[in-house]
Ligand binder design. Structure first.
Ligand code: HEM
Length: 141
């Protein structure tokens, strides 16, 4: 009995709705996003510590990861089986959000270099909004 209970518990974890509904998310994009999260954390602790020069290095890395992410296809597009015109429209939408994120990061680099801390704060908020927009529109895993 114990064995079958354990098996059932394991199955219910493995087949949780997220795993079942969306599949695993072992994409190149997922890997870039993990790097983006790490770079964001490092950048924000540099800003708190007043090390703008090091923060600029992390912003440059963020720009590179978003440039790489731009040519990736979100898992959701495959999961939803998007094709033809619909795939084209959604890809253009996705790239638009990535492009505006890159523009904000370039502005952030400028604000860090000129020591404009209120602008830095404002742009942090704008990056958070891009993340929410990107995840609510294109992330399903
Ligand atoms: C600085 C801002 C961002 C951070 C820190 C971030 C972080 C992450 C992290 C940690 C994941 C992995 C899954 C998770 O743990 O939830 C993820 C996944 C994802 N993110 Fe972001 N993200 C950011 C911005 C964006 C933007 C702007 C977009 C879209 C334009 C985006 C699209 C996605 C997608 C589509 C996935 C799922 C991966 C896939 O479909 O293959 N993210 N993100």
């Amino acid at each position: 009995m114990k064995k079958s209970l354990l098996a059932a518990a394991i199955m219910s974890m493995v087949c949780s709705s997220t795993v079942f509904a969306h599949g695993s998310c072992d994409t190149e994009l997922h890997g870039y996003m993990i790097n983006i999260k790490d770079e964001m954390r490092a950048m924000s602790s540099d800003v708190k510590a007043g090390d703008s020069q090091s923060a600029v290095g992390h912003v440059e890395a963020l720009i590179t990861y978003f440039e790489k992410s731009r040519s990736e296809v979100p898992h959701k597009f495959n999961h939803d089986d998007l094709k033809g015109e619909e795939l084209k429209i959604q890809t253009a939408e996705y790239q638009k959000v990535v492009d505006s994120t890159i523009t904000i990061l370039k502005d952030l680099k400028g604000a860090l270099q000129s020591g404009d801390s209120s602008k830095v704060r404002e742009l942090f908020g704008a990056i958070g909004e891009q993340r929410n927009l990107g995840h609510s529109s294109f992330k399903d895993c």
